[in-house]
Design a protein around this ligand. Sequence first.
Ligand code: ZN
Length: 239
Amino acid sequence: MQGVCLFQRAFVERVEEELVAGLRAFQPAGIWLDYLTYAGWFETPDPDLQQSCFCPGCIAAFREATGIDAASPREILARHAGAWTRHKCERIAAFAARYAALIRAHLPGCVVGAYMCPWTPDEFDGALGRIFAQDYALLAPAIDIFTPLIYARKSGRPADWGRRFLAEAPAFVPAGRPVQLILDALDFPASLEAIAASPRPSWGVQMFGGARVFGDPDQARDFRAAVDQIRERLAASPA
Ligand SMILES: [Zn+2]
């Protein structure tokens, strides 16, 4: 999995142009920002977690933002790891704020969601922040709804992973920011049934690869039944 360094301004500008073009063309009711992270791949049981990016532009940005006079990756990681993580998270949060402002300027009322690495802040030695640079508190001003990618089989996790996430989320997802899980059709129906029975409801649900579920009458019926169950729990739970 290759990521793009945030110093690649031409690429970043093109993404922004395409976002604005999409806003004008489609006027969506909601937009979910994807890959709003530093580079890495988490949809696997044994992730290869590497630090990035140490190009001259990114190191200069770190030195300028923090006032820390470190020049090499080794020195940054050995002596300034906390500041490096914080700087990366702030950089990602700044992109979130920029995109959210663009979206809201063009389409007031448009919901802004973000797809998230589905790990708690402590897993894999803090990789959510340390590698992917996704900090819920820093992102919360820009993001209305957080959507962790709960792909259980791909990630070597149990089918009730989403339910466990919902139980743990209040410890690190800021109050007032709903969690709307995205599940993988490969995990259907067990993962959906697990969250439908969760005492903490998912704020709605998304289904990756859902066409194969919705195209099968029996599975579509099971999907609707689970969604009805989630709706009932949402209606009964305090906002
Ligand atoms: Zn870079």
